[in-house]
Design a protein around this ligand. Structure first.
Ligand SMILES: *[C@@H]1O[C@H](CO)[C@@H](O)[C@H](O)[C@H]1NC(C)=O
Ligand SMILES: *[C@@H]1O[C@H](CO)[C@@H](O)[C@H](O)[C@H]1NC(C)=O
Ligand SMILES: *[C@@H]1O[C@H](CO)[C@@H](O)[C@H](O)[C@H]1NC(C)=O
Length: 577
């Protein structure tokens, strides 16, 4: 037997490996205790660690003891499903945005292990301002998060709770950081969609407390709370609130204990990157719909009433009416920019459409007339979801409001309008609504995108910032162009109304319009995009249309989706049962 030296060398090599893993990724030491029976190489991420499952319990004897005293639904984070090198702090308190670790495996008084850190300093945000996102200010568009400070506990803790901590088994805060937390459209695509996909993949369950990353001391935006609430049965809360030295607005439902608990058996931290994972934007919207369906159905009468009071509108309960909602802007929003200046006129023309503007009976589509109306989105998100379930399409200027399109029933349409100087040719406009509704991961698409880019300069007027144009405003021409007001042309709106009618919620009918370019037009109903520039469909099959009527006639040869039409004609109240 000559194992001696050999074994020692092997053991030494293992220790070095383990130390390396601990120093880069932290969680190995705690993994042993946290493993919950699950093994195997399922972990797709770079962690060379056996798959493990974090629960709000300590394992072994401690677990059975704890179970005797607690009876809470267990928060679970399954680290084998982690895609973003999330870190885990075991036995940690949070105090005024600082993470204080008591974990003996990484505590300097008991171990040479390295305390995990989460690098958030490259996270950018736009300064939130009463004028909307701060990207109009040169220095307001790329502010950085401060580091997340993590330290070991010590004998000089100022707070009583931290001098003698009890670690909650039942509450597991998960810190979630991503770029641009104050932009709704970015929040949706950078992080919310990924969280839906991660939860569906089993990464975390509904009993985890979600803590969205915002700069210390600032609020979690209402849309973030609304979306995240669909993923967790605990309240959504900022780290500042959850870690504050006295409870302020902390939702009592953020912790399982329903009190201001600040010490936890586990805290998880993730920096979500915008990568190729997920990209199931329609799926995320439908997740929100499913979660809120009982809630918005129970308030339907109040929403109907409110719609009537504010807009004098009653939604037609009639499948022969093609319904289009305009994203309207409050006077305050309009003062800043991005208004459809002739919104009322366009709505009137839509509702008074003459036979030449309407789908003729020989088309064989369900629609005999149009109904257009205006609605201010973002004031009551539950109402917005309810509304989107009853329309065939949504029309609006480039902006986060178009995210509401993802709540629509399958086969709904979104018409995006861009002002002069901000077409898809000269800007990043196509990265948002068109991208989200055209994901290669969700083909056939649930929602169909149409565009109207303004190329006639006299149809646009400058927004507030372009008018003032102070030296500290953004130097980007396109940011000013984006916020211009626009006058929509009736021929372009009429053309897309006819497209929506001809397509009749049918993906197979939408695709030829997409490939021919007829889905994306200028104010003069010309092709808006250069040939071959649509990255979401086969470049070789992209065409240049000449006559939009001819394109519609061709589409009418394709059978309609009876399923989509039936679903659109059926109320959620019946679908839900
Ligand atoms: C954090 O990440 C950024 C960007 O990846 C990097 O430049 C920076 O050096 C990192 N900071 C630390 C402390 O690791
Ligand atoms: C938690 O409470 C807040 C109000 O404090 C509420 O808005 C939110 O919907 C609640 N969340 C859950 C999951 O009950
Ligand atoms: C541009 O729009 C203006 C205002 O509607 C119109 O009078 C003019 O004819 C348009 N120009 C072109 C080239 O279409």
């Amino acid at each position: 037997m000559q194992t001696g030296a050999h074994d020692i060398r092997r053991r030494f090599a293992f220790m070095m490996w383990a130390a390396a893993v601990i120093s880069t990724h932290v969680t190995v030491a705690s993994a042993a205790q946290a493993v919950d029976g699950e093994r195997g190489a399922a972990a797709a991420g770079p962690l060379p660690v056996a798959s493990r499952r974090l629960r709000g319990d300590a394992g072994g004897t401690a677990r059975s003891l704890q179970q005797a005293s607690y009876n809470c639904p267990r928060p679970i984070v399954d680290m084998s499903k982690d895609r973003y090198q999330c870190v885990v702090w075991r036995r940690a308190c949070i105090d005024q945005n600082v993470i204080v670790s008591y974990d003996p495996d990484v505590h300097p008084t008991t171990s040479m292990g390295t305390l995990p850190t989460l690098n958030v300093t490259d996270i950018m945000y736009n300064i939130p301002s009463k004028f909307g996102i701060g990207d109009r200010y040169r220095k307001g568009s790329a502010l950085r998060f401060p580091p997340l400070y993590v330290r070991p506990s010590n004998d000089m803790e100022e707070e009583q709770e931290l001098r003698n901590p009890t670690f909650s088994e039942c509450t597991l805060p998960m810190l979630l950081y991503a770029h641009y937390p104050y932009n709704a459209a970015e929040t949706y695509r950078y992080i919310f969609e990924k969280l839906v996909t991660l939860q569906e993949a089993g990464f975390f369950n509904r009993h985890v407390t979600l803590v969205p990353g915002v700069p210390p001391g600032t609020k979690v935006p209402s849309y973030t709370k609304f979306w995240y609430n669909s993923l967790s049965d605990r309240g959504v809360v900022s780290l500042s609130e959850l870690s504050s030295r006295r409870p302020t607005d902390t939702p009592p439902n953020a912790t399982w204990e329903r009190t201001h608990v600040r010490c936890f058996e586990r805290v998880v931290g993730c920096r979500i990157r915008y990568d190729g994972y997920g990209l199931r934007f329609y799926n995320a919207g439908q997740h929100v719909v499913r979660h809120y369906m009982p809630h918005y159905l129970s308030q339907a009468a109040a929403f109907e009433q409110r719609l009537y009071e504010v807009q004098k509108v009653r939604l037609p309960n009639d499948p022969s009416v093609l319904t289009l909602v305009f994203i309207s802007r409050t006077p305050h929003q309009s003062a800043v920019g991005r208004t459809i200046l002739n919104e009322a006129d366009m709505i009137q023309r839509c509702n008074a459409a003459v036979p030449a503007d309407l789908p003729p009976p020989e088309w064989g589509v369900p629609y005999k007339k149009y109904f257009c109306f205006a609605h201010v989105f973002g004031e009551n998100q539950l109402m917005d979801v309810w509304l989107m379930r009853q329309v065939d399409g949504i029309l609006g200027m480039h902006g986060a409001g178009l995210t509401n399109s993802l709540y629509m029933k399958p086969g709904g349409s979104v018409i995006e309008v861009r002002p002069f100087g901000f077409s898809g040719r000269e800007s990043w406009a196509n990265r948002y609504a068109r991208f989200k509704t055209s994901s290669l991961r969700e083909n056939p698409w649930g929602v169909f995108w149409y565009g109207i880019d303004t190329f006639n300069s006299s149809l646009s007027e400058p927004g507030a910032f372009e008018l003032e144009d102070k030296p500290h405003y953004s130097k980007f021409r396109t940011i000013k162009a984006r916020d211009r007001h626009v006058r929509l042309t009736w021929p372009s709106l009429r053309n897309h109304l006819l497209n929506l009618a001809a397509v009749a919620r049918t993906f197979e009918r939408y695709m030829p319009l997409r490939l021919s370019g007829a889905y994306y037009i200028t104010d003069e109903v010309k092709q808006a995009e250069e040939l071959g520039n649509d990255p979401h469909v086969d470049r070789k099959r992209q065409r240049r249309f000449t006559d939009p009527d001819e394109e519609r006639r061709a589409v009418l040869q394709i059978p309609v989706s009876e399923k989509s039409l039936r679903e659109a004609a059926t109320s959620d109240r019946i679908l839900a049962t």
